[in-house]
Design a protein around this ligand. Structure first.
Ligand SMILES: *[C@@H]1O[C@H](CO)[C@@H](O)[C@H](O)[C@H]1NC(C)=O
Ligand SMILES: CC(=O)N[C@H]1CO[C@H](CO)[C@@H](O)[C@@H]1O
Length: 349
């Protein structure tokens, strides 16, 4: 009986994952087909990162809101990889502004250069696509107010303590911010999916304030250890859609690679079904590691926690947030996102 029940749960969860993924894929396809052409450069991007070595990029837990100096090698990298050209940057920002007014599809809460630049950087300075991203961004905010407002900050802290998401205070060998997601730590009766999204969006919003992060993009490491039917129940089409929105289509950032560790049969099965359908550029960004050596080819052990064969302790994101919370400009920015009380929350850390 017990076995039959388990089997049933297993099958149902497989089906649910498949459904959710298909819908998810449909969304990805819609938004990504266009992305595909330009993102072929991103694939090279992943290889081109050797261009930067650790000597070029300093390690820093702080969020540096200043634009890189003109002689910073990161700007050369930006020119080659995301088409950021100091000679036409201002022009493109103006073009984006004009497009926002002309089309009237969104009403940005701010229109300053620094803000618009985030969208341009996330879309390789293709104005039309940066505009699309901006429309998506505001639509996402409007349709999912629970992800952005009425945040219970004590829950955000608890979630950090539970180490479901982690942002360590170091960056990887290429200067990229790392985000860890450990599914096994998610007790579904402790945190709702809304709370998970609130936390991840808050973290991304803080990270993307940094010009270096806007340029280089981030790295995501997903540990699917003990991924179970209990979690799979929550992977509804709405959640899948939100995952795509957060990961690709509706926030002004780029995820340069998603590393999956600790895969299971359940995960392999769901992913194997869908992999052939994934657009090339998304597929190339998702790397499933069967062992740690494989992960180390992408993220050097020097920039990993001990649990993944690295050298660092497990940090909580609370520690990272408390490091960045002494930055007044950053606090103002957080407030400007509409995070009421966000400033006091960060200050209290
Ligand atoms: C999950 O959270 C609930 C509610 O907070 C708690 O009662 C339960 O013991 C937790 N389960 C585990 C495995 O930690
Ligand atoms: C291959 C891999 O990443 N294995 C890890 C799976 O999860 C456990 C517990 O977190 C680790 O100890 C393993 O190294």
């Amino acid at each position: 009986m017990q076995i039959a029940k388990l089997l049933l749960i297993y099958i149902v969860s497989c089906i649910q994952i498949s459904c959710a993924f298909s819908i998810c894929l449909f969304q990805v396809f819609k938004q990504v087909s266009e992305m595909e052409q330009i993102e072929s450069t991103v694939v090279q991007n992943l290889h081109a990162i050797e261009e930067l070595n650790e000597n070029d990029v300093e390690l820093s837990p702080q969020i540096n809101l200043k634009e890189p100096d003109l002689d910073d090698p990161i700007l050369k990298w930006a020119e080659r990889n995301i088409a950021e050209d100091p000679n036409n940057k201002i022009e493109l920002i103006e073009e984006l502004k004009d497009m926002i007014f002309e089309r009237g599809e969104c009403e940005p809460h701010r229109m300053d250069d620094a803000f618009l630049l985030r969208f341009l950087r996330a879309r390789h300075f293709i104005v039309r696509m940066a505009h699309r991203l901006m429309v998506n961004y505001y639509t996402f905010r409007e349709t999912n107010p629970t992800y952005f407002s009425n945040i219970d900050y004590s829950k955000l802290l608890e979630l950090g303590e539970a180490e479901i998401f982690t942002v360590p205070p170091y960056v990887d060998q290429n200067g990229r911010r790392l985000l860890y997601f450990r599914i096994e730590n998610w007790n579904t009766s402790q945190f709702t999916t809304d709370e998970l999204f609130q936390a991840i969006i808050f973290l991304i919003n803080a990270a993307i304030l940094e010009p270096k992060h806007q340029i280089l993009g981030g790295i995501c490491i997903i540990d699917v250890n003990n991924l179970g039917a209990g979690h799979a129940w929550y992977l509804t089409p709405k959640i899948a859609k939100s995952m795509v929105a957060v990961g690709y289509s509706s926030l002004p950032h780029r995820i340069e690679a998603v590393h999956i560790v600790n895969g299971s049969k359940l995960f392999d099965y769901a992913f194997g079904l869908l992999k052939p359908l994934l657009p090339e550029y998304v597929r190339q960004k998702i790397i499933i590691h069967s062992d740690l050596d494989s992960l180390h080819k992408w993220v050097l052990p020097k920039y990993l926690p001990k649990r993944y064969g690295g050298i660092h302790k497990d940090y909580r994101y609370n520690e990272w947030l408390s490091t960045v919370s002494n930055n007044e400009d950053l606090l103002e920015e957080i407030e400007s996102y509409g995070y009421t009380g966000g400033k006091d929350f960060l200050k209290s850390l």
